[in-house]
Design a protein around this ligand. Structure first.
Ligand SMILES: [Zn+2]
Length: 165
């Protein structure tokens, strides 16, 4: 994959150049500021390597199949998929005890460059549990690789890049 930077607002745009010829012109529209610009294949852009921020596994249960949700830097909003509710990490499930915006996992780097994972309840109706303990109203809990998170009747497990040797 490759990355171009919007000349107006510096928003990065990722694209696949493998199907284009060198010298061919490509027109982009920035999804953030709607600026249109043209680049030539083979110049003015750089290789894009997707950074690994880990993922959560949603375990299969009576309401849903097994799913993996890739985490990104910043807030990852997790909840039950519902058409019309736009969240970053929807889970396809029929679990009625999971809110459409149930909890948030924030991923960021600390001063030492290490990834730090912090979970909080949105708040939700049934609460967010970590290792079978319910989070307090304004609690922000740091979680590590292997953390077991329960939303309604559904179990999630955190996988960080540090857990995979
Ligand atoms: Zn832009």
């Amino acid at each position: 994959m490759k990355k171009v930077i919007c000349p107006k607002c510096d928003h990065p745009i990722v694209f696949d150049d493998s199907t284009y010829r060198v010298g061919q012109s490509l027109v982009f529209e920035c999804e953030k500021c709607r600026k249109s610009f043209t680049i030539k294949v083979g110049e003015a852009y750089e290789d894009y390597e997707e950074e690994d921020f880990g993922y959560v596994v949603v375990l299969e249960n009576n309401f849903c199949y097994r799913q993996e949700l890739k985490l990104t830097e910043g807030d990852n909003v997790i909840g039950r998929y519902n058409k019309g509710t736009i969240i970053s990490h929807p889970i396809e499930t029929r679990d009625p005890s999971m809110d459409r915006r149930h909890c948030i996992i924030n991923v960021k780097r600390n001063g030492a460059g290490e990834l730090v994972y912090v979970i909080r309840d949105n708040p939700s109706v049934t609460g967010t549990f970590v290792m079978n303990r319910i989070l307090g109203d304004r609690e922000r809990l740091r979680i590590e690789d292997g953390a077991i998170i329960t939303l309604g009747a559904t179990t999630l497990i955190l996988h960080t890049p540090y857990g995979e040797e």
